[in-house]
Write a protein that binds this ligand. Structure first.
Ligand code: GLN
Length: 193
């Protein structure tokens, strides 16, 4: 049975996620924008884009509950960039709507205006060679509550940019924009664990 991975398709670069996931053998990636399509998934990706818009639409279309239920059922959810912000419990200086599923505090647009976007080779815990990471108006995790089970998997310049809490994974960068599929594979291995 292929692994059915939904990509939340409300706003942002969900198409790139679908394409890169479908390159991986044994994966069937599909758009998720209804309750039914979310419930039919083994795992879900919340893509990069604009976190305020994604949050607003998620709430408006009543997709927040199905996503919460997925999380409670132990199905893996991967938030990338804006998706990381939507997963966070706290967002510095913002009251914007969020799922609040991960015990992390994020700061939006945290790398300054001058360096809107940049690429680095990022050492990641659990992956042998560094992962190529593209940051675009990226957030970072200011606080990861390790006492709640949040595990830091990567930092860049002392800032947390990749972390995991059980079945939830969050990256400040965009794994769907490189040729490197190792982080997606890491995520897929979380299915059924
Ligand atoms: N800056 C965006 C936000 O705060 C995130 C950017 C991205 O997803 N590339 O929602």
């Amino acid at each position: 049975m292929p692994k059915r991975v939904g990509v939340l398709a409300l706003q942002g670069d969900f198409r790139e996620h679908i394409e890169t996931l479908n390159e991986i053998e044994g994966v069937e990636a599909r758009l998720a924008k209804t309750q039914e399509s979310i419930e039919a998934c083994d795992a879900l990706v919340i893509p990069g884009g604009e976190s305020t818009t994604i949050g607003k639409l998620m709430k408006r279309f009543g997709l927040d509950e199905p996503v919460r239920e997925m999380a409670e059922a132990g199905k893996p959810i991967f938030g990338t960039c804006a998706g990381m912000i939507v997963l966070a419990r706290e967002i510095v200086g913002s009251e914007q709507w969020r799922l609040g599923l991960m015990d992390i505090t994020v700061e939006r647009n945290a790398f300054g205006r001058q360096v809107d976007s940049f690429e680095v080779d990022l050492p990641v815990k659990g992956i042998e060679e560094p992962v190529r990471a593209i940051f675009i108006r990226a957030p970072y995790v200011r606080e990861a509550r390790e006492e709640c089970g949040v595990e830091v998997l990567a930092t860049f310049e002392d800032r947390i940019v990749l972390c995991r809490q059980g079945n939830l994974l969050a990256s400040a960068f965009h794994p769907e924009l490189t040729d490197d599929r190792r982080l997606q594979r890491y995520f897929l291995e979380m299915i059924g664990n």
